[in-house]
Design a protein around this ligand. Structure first.
Ligand code: DP6
Length: 324
């Protein structure tokens, strides 16, 4: 009747940008990410046989409007699969505020998929849990697993994530929180606009398979420099693609560009560091675990009082067991 799950955000090294099918949340390309060990989301789902609608809260605040609608639609899907008409109460707690840009829908829907499927009595394999989480938010399919993860494009059956073996490759990420406000345009709408209007979108879709092959090969030989170069280049290409939309989608601000300069200077000074940027102005710096202090010092020197988060490779979603 009640179940709690915990999931971590993930950061893509080969990005997901654009859907092939909106309803089923099928991506236009494969993507590849690192699950983090910071900023977990903990979600409890409790079935409420007396209720006539789903209720959800985020860190104690009731969810309303589009947010609640998205969660309710997802719960309807889980209930339908379980052959149940019972409504649920969802309580979600995040370790860091949503504004930091890491309290992502990936961790949120991975935790919700795990807690809701358990509460409704569905025993899903990790693969089927990933397929389910995908329906809440595409990138949530990847947060079901820990470490490096590849999410496959495909049809409803074939589009799931799975972990990648990465012996000997240790990755860390320094997140520079450059702007903590809500973003101007949500990634869902921005993707839609890119697919519909950017003349570069076809080139993006055509280039990702080759980048993925190169990334898989770099991971297999534990080549951090190649992993970093490929990740930075892929992030630039994703932003180039959306800058080509009409009207353009630009998430960067002046600090974003300044942070890219800091990362480039790190490399010139012999600190291996590579940047990636998602649907917001914050810059995430990929490096070896032993380089995080040097990278953080450089960022602090460039941005007074900047919030920095340091992460290593984190675990997949975990069900903490029935609460009652
Ligand atoms: C830029 O997974 O949030 O972070 O499927 O519409 O919920 P929806 O989108 P979402 O998009 C993530 C976009 C990205 C790149 C990535 O994580 O691969």
């Amino acid at each position: 009747m009640s179940s709690t799950a915990i999931a971590h955000p993930n950061i893509a090294l080969i990005k997901y940008w654009g859907k092939a099918d909106e309803r089923l949340s099928l991506p236009a390309t494969d993507s590849l990410s690192l699950t983090l060990d910071i900023a977990p989301t903990r979600t409890t789902v409790t079935l409420d046989p007396g209720a006539d609608q789903h209720v959800a809260s985020w860190s104690g605040e009731p969810m309303t409007g589009r947010e609640l609608e998205r969660v309710s639609t997802f719960l309807d899907l889980v209930a339908e699969r379980a052959g149940s008409r019972t409504r649920a109460v969802v309580e979600t707690v995040n370790e860091i505020p949503t504004g930091a840009g890491l309290a992502s829908s990936a961790a949120g829907f991975a935790a919700l998929a795990a807690a809701a499927s358990a509460a409704y009595g569905l025993a899903l394999s990790p693969r089927d849990l990933s397929r389910l989480a995908r329906r809440g938010s595409g990138s949530a399919a990847r947060s079901v697993f820990g470490g490096l993860v590849q999410w496959h494009a495909g049809d409803d059956e074939g589009s799931f994530a799975e972990p990648i073996e990465a012996p000997g490759l240790e990755l860390a990420l320094v997140v520079a929180v450059l702007a903590a406000g809500r973003k101007a345009i949500g990634s869902r709408e921005a993707m839609r606009r890119t697919v519909a209007t950017s003349p570069f979108f076809g080139a993006w879709v055509a280039s990702v398979p080759g980048e993925l092959d190169a990334m898989r090969a770099a991971i297999a030989r534990a080549d951090l420099s190649a992993v970093g170069e490929l990740a930075e280049s892929n992030a630039m290409r994703m932003h180039a693609t959306m800058l080509g939309a009409v009207p353009p989608v630009r998430y960067w601000n002046a600090d974003t560009v300044a942070a890219l300069d800091v990362v480039a200077q790190c490399r010139r000074d012999g600190i291996e560091a590579y940047a990636t940027i998602d649907a917001g102005p914050n810059v995430k710096v990929l490096c070896r675990p032993e380089a995080t202090t040097a990278v953080a010092d450089r960022l602090r020197a460039a941005f007074a009082d900047v919030d920095l988060l340091v992460s290593g490779s984190g675990p997949g979603v975990r069900i903490l067991g029935p609460a009652a």
